[in-house]
Design a protein around this ligand. Structure first.
Ligand SMILES: Cc1cc2nc3c(=O)[nH]c(=O)nc-3n(C[C@H](O)[C@H](O)[C@H](O)COP(=O)(O)OP(=O)(O)OC[C@H]3O[C@@H](n4cnc5c(N)ncnc54)[C@H](O)[C@@H]3O)c2cc1C
Length: 403
């Protein structure tokens, strides 16, 4: 067989893989599992092998609040029961209040005929349970694998890896996080703003029980959230201006507990003990486009948002559902899954939804940063009104739930 005949045959066959996903965080791993379950030949490439999650490990400092839409997806993928039963903090109530004017708003699951608003879970538990399900679902896992470039050809994308053979697929999906090297390689720019803030995270013991409630207090320096963990502690996400965050990180534990108690208005009583603290820089970042030739973005690679609404990964998991449904429709209609109009459909839908949410969270951050007395009073009036406007409040809650 001569080589030109071999390459013609190979071209007619197309690549063995339908989709190559780069980045195996929560969003990339969920995308790989979801696409494999939908019948696509899928590979997941990840630079770092995730550490095994064990119940005996201390609760990971990175936790997220999973909205009902995310739980539906994880349940469809068959991993939700094991995540829930391993370690998850259900919450049925959310109380948000303003340190400046006392105005508060409450969301209760019962108002929406639901038992729960969501669950607080560890990032590494979700990722681990997804990873456990990949191989049985037929996902080809390549890890550690680092992509250093890719080339778009007529019917495929060829990925060049560091110290490994190239990989070819019809479609390349970048789920490689907010700093997405693949987004840069595709020449897609971003817009947004640096909040000049850091979110300090830690798990704390409080004197009073958390009552399965997500508490959030808006201070002039930024929001402080206390999220209910399964073991009775609360996980804090305390957003502070950079210099203030550095000062608070450097406090000894006793001084930290005292300042945190004051910042939380002692709503759960004095803060009694804390884990070590970590901090994450905060920015708003939206990709100018979600797609280019045979290439799409999803998760934080496409959008990074302020954690005040606890929605980052929930938006990413909504990207996953949209991408799976879009590709499935294209395949069932006999179309190329990476045809421009197919990817455009996914990109248009998700980018407009994500942009609305991201700008909404940004507007909230701006409104709560107002400090002039008339603006603070107007904000209080608005929040009190909203709390009494049942239908509008229900619409906000339904939107946060992903409905
Ligand atoms: C303090 C804080 C609190 C938050 N709270 C919430 C919350 O309550 N609810 C919520 O929904 N969201 C929350 N978020 C946001 C949420 O954590 C993120 O949206 C989510 O983790 C993003 O997941 P991802 O899979 O898109 O990206 P990542 O988790 O960043 O995963 C990207 C993966 O890509 C891999 N990678 C990168 N480059 C390459 C390469 N070249 N080759 C191969 N692999 C590569 C990385 O190793 C990594 O595993 C919070 C964020 C912060 C900072």
């Amino acid at each position: 067989m001569n080589s030109s005949f071999r390459s013609d045959a190979a071209r007619r066959r197309g690549p063995a893989l339908d989709v190559a996903i780069v980045g195996g965080g929560m969003v990339g791993a969920a995308a790989a599992l979801s696409l494999a379950r939908a019948g696509f030949a899928t590979a997941l490439l990840e630079a770092r092998e995730p550490a095994a999650w064990k119940i005996s490990d201390e609760v990971d400092l990175r936790v997220v609040g999973l909205a009902p839409s995310s739980i539906v997806l994880l349940d469809e993928l068959g991993v939700w029961p094991s995540i829930r039963d391993s370690r998850s903090g259900p919450y049925s109530h959310m109380h948000v209040w303003d340190a400046e004017n006392g105005a508060a708003i409450d969301f209760d699951a019962a108002d929406e005929d639901r038992q729960l608003l969501g669950y607080i879970v560890e990032n590494n538990l979700v990722q681990w349970m997804l990873w456990q399900a990949l191989e049985p679902a037929g996902v080809r896992r390549l890890c550690p694998a680092k992509v250093h470039g890719f080339e778009v050809r007529e019917d495929r994308v060829q990925l060049e890896l560091v110290d490994a053979e190239p990989v070819a697929a019809r479609l390349l999906v970048a789920a490689d996080g907010a700093g997405s090297p693949l987004r840069d390689m595709a020449g897609i720019t971003t817009r947004g703003r640096d909040y000049g803030q850091r979110a300090i995270v830690a798990h704390v013991h409080t004197e009073r029980a958390h009552q399965n409630t997500a508490w959030q207090r808006f201070l002039p320096t930024g929001p402080l959230a206390l999220l209910p963990l399964a073991d009775g502690r609360s996980s804090i996400v305390w957003s502070l201006p950079e210099a203030e965050a550095q000062r608070v990180l450097a406090l000894d534990d006793a001084a930290f507990l005292n300042e945190l108690g004051m910042a939380s208005d002692f709503r759960l009583g004095p803060i009694l003990a804390t884990t070590p603290r970590a901090a994450f820089p905060l920015k708003l970042q939206l990709a100018e486009r979600y797609q280019s030739e045979r290439f799409v973005l999803l998760g934080d690679a496409a959008h990074a948002v302020h954690p005040l609404a606890g929605q980052g990964v929930n938006l990413g998991l909504r990207d996953v559902t949209e991408l799976r449904d879009t590709l499935r429709v294209a395949r069932d209609a006999g179309r190329d899954i990476a045809a421009e109009h197919v990817l455009r459909r996914y990109a248009r839908r998700r980018r407009s939804a994500d942009t609305l949410d991201a700008l909404g969270f940004d507007a909230l951050a701006r409104v709560y940063a107002w400090q002039a007395p008339p603006s603070v009073a107007a904000r209080g009036l608005g929040v009190r009104l909203l709390d009494r406007l049942g239908p509008l409040k229900r619409r906000i809650a339904a939107h946060a739930a992903g409905r």
